[in-house]
Write a protein that binds this ligand. Structure first.
Ligand SMILES: Cc1cc2nc3c(=O)[nH]c(=O)nc-3n(C[C@H](O)[C@H](O)[C@H](O)COP(=O)(O)OP(=O)(O)OC[C@H]3O[C@@H](n4cnc5c(N)ncnc54)[C@H](O)[C@@H]3O)c2cc1C
Length: 473
């Protein structure tokens, strides 16, 4: 093993947006840093695959300027990476009970689209919200309780239960309340109804939030990878060292310093650092630390599981398939949960006159959807798209006949799976990690929390500031 005697202020493990944010903040505040990323490029979940003139992101990755805080974040990001963005109205549809409806459904549309049945859903939704307003939420234990409480038992049974089972792979009664509530926001009835009224009167103005979701999206015009590459360039310009193809394989304290073992190009090297910011999956971090948790935390390491994502990216010689940027497929008769059509965000994602579909399969690393060969996955997708989709009957046929190629991408750590009881293991993990001086585990993977990229970026800045204080003490 070779030893890099130069000591750095920060060793940063992982080069996703959290790690890059940490490198940028450290360099901006005059600290030295070394970022170690095991893949050959930076970005982690926040990235793109480019092929034959098409750009496919790792799922839609944008910024949502709903409210002053997020608007400030967008402005900050533009200062760092330049104005590489387009801004668009969010346009989301759901295939629900055979109909393709925009999301969220406006109050009047419950009735106009689904008749009496829709009216009943809307009524039970309002009654459920009234009950929660009067009695509070303390009775809620699981995501099932959350969805029943906020959307009513009818919508839970016909919409949320099957969809959540598909996305998370477990029964919603086993899903932790807090984490999943971050994904499906609490509906604010007053805002929702107010916005719907204004919209129907044509008074849209500068609405950015409709009581359920942000209405605008700010998107890297040439794909998410451009944004992370630009953060990398800005960090390097300020002096950060960034090493790709460098997998961290060990971590120990030695004489008040951290020694980080890295495998790169078949060689093992050791780097010294005064502090460590880890953004890699927290069970992996526990496995790397010496002295390690051994038997003490073995059940915890096993309990912190991630839901994986497989994307099938299909290039198609046709102008457009869907009108929405995201189309959700709720029922059991579709193996995928969502299809993204990036040209509906920015035409620069595809060559002129062509479009690309990115089909999202939620799965578990190693299961049948994860392992299925690409041609079988394509066949499955085309076959399932042959079913009626709203008024369309031809989507599967068009995809089969006009595609010019496809490939898939896999992400083993797409979603931290927060089950009821996981918070106990997270408390134990935090208590264990707190024993080590000048170590922070942050970001989506490091915190094991369902957080967005902007939150990761800010978390990284806060970790750098806190560790700088500790080092200066
Ligand atoms: C489908 C999907 C859509 C999303 N959409 C949005 C969105 O629209 N807007 C938004 O803000 N957020 C979105 N998110 C969330 C966003 O992707 C994450 O919050 C963010 O990218 C997480 O960044 P991170 O750096 O914490 O983790 P990661 O991106 O996972 O980075 C961790 C890095 O650590 C590296 N690593 C792991 N082990 C090692 C090791 N031993 N040595 C060295 N390196 C290692 C990995 O290769 C990886 O690069 C979405 C997420 C998904 C899955």
């Amino acid at each position: 093993m070779t030893n890099d005697a130069r000591e750095t202020d920060f060793a940063i493990l992982g080069g996703g947006i959290s790690g890059l944010g940490a490198a940028f903040s450290a360099a901006s505040s005059g600290s030295t840093s070394l970022l170690l990323e095991k893949e050959e490029r930076v970005g982690g979940l926040w990235g793109s695959e480019c092929r034959d003139g098409f750009i496919f992101d790792h799922g839609v990755h944008g910024l949502y300027p709903a409210g002053p805080e997020m608007e400030a974040t967008v402005a900050e990001m533009k200062r760092i990476v330049g104005d590489i963005f387009v801004e668009a109205d969010k346009n989301t549809e759901i295939l629900f009970r055979g109909r393709l409806v925009r999301y969220p459904l406006q109050p009047a549309e419950f009735f106009t689209t689904y008749g009496i049945e829709g009216f009943l859903w809307a009524l039970t939704l309002v009654m459920a919200r009234l009950r929660v307003t009067l009695t509070g939420e303390r009775w809620m234990r699981s995501f099932r309780d959350y969805a029943v409480g906020n959307f009513g038992p009818l919508l839970y049974r016909i919409y949320f239960e099957p969809y959540l089972k598909k996305v998370w792979g477990v029964d919603p009664v086993r899903l932790d309340l807090e984490s999943v509530a971050r994904r499906v926001r609490r509906i604010r009835i007053r805002t929702f109804l107010g916005q719907a009224l204004r919209r129907s009167l044509g008074l849209r103005g500068r609405q950015t939030y409709d009581g359920l979701q942000p209405l605008r999206i700010v998107y890297p015009r040439l794909g998410a990878q451009r944004m992370v590459d630009a953060i990398r360039a800005a960090a390097e310009e300020k002096g950060a060292r960034i090493m790709t193809g460098a997998e961290v394989t060990g971590l120990r304290t030695e004489g008040g310093r951290w020694a980080v073992t890295v495998s790169r190009g078949g060689e093992s090297r050791e780097f010294l650092a005064r502090s460590v910011i880890s953004t890699i999956p927290v069970p992996d971090l526990l496995g790397l630390l010496a002295p390690g948790p051994r038997d003490e935390l073995a059940p915890t390491i096993g309990a912190l599981r991630y839901r994986a994502l497989r994307l099938l990216n299909v290039m198609i010689d046709c102008d457009r398939i869907f009108t929405a940027q995201w189309t959700y497929f709720q029922g059991d008769n579709f193996s995928f949960s969502r299809i993204n059509e990036y040209r509906n965000l920015s035409p620069d994602f595809c060559p002129p006159g062509k479009t690309g579909l990115s089909v999202e399969f939620n799965c578990t690393a190693g299961d049948h959807l994860w392992s299925m060969p690409d041609d079988e996955l394509f066949d499955l997708t085309a076959r399932e798209l042959e079913q009626p989709i709203g008024r369309r009957r031809d989507i599967g046929r068009v995809v089969r006949a006009r595609h010019t190629g496809y490939f898939s991408a896999r992400f083993a750590h797409a979603y931290p799976l927060m089950e009821v009881g996981t918070s106990f293991h997270l408390d134990r993990t935090r208590a264990f990690l707190a024993r080590f001086p000048r170590l922070r585990s942050i970001g989506r993977q490091g915190q094991f929390r369902y957080v967005n990229g902007d939150e990761c970026f800010h978390m990284a800045a806060a970790a750098v500031a806190a560790l700088r204080n500790e080092m200066n003490r």
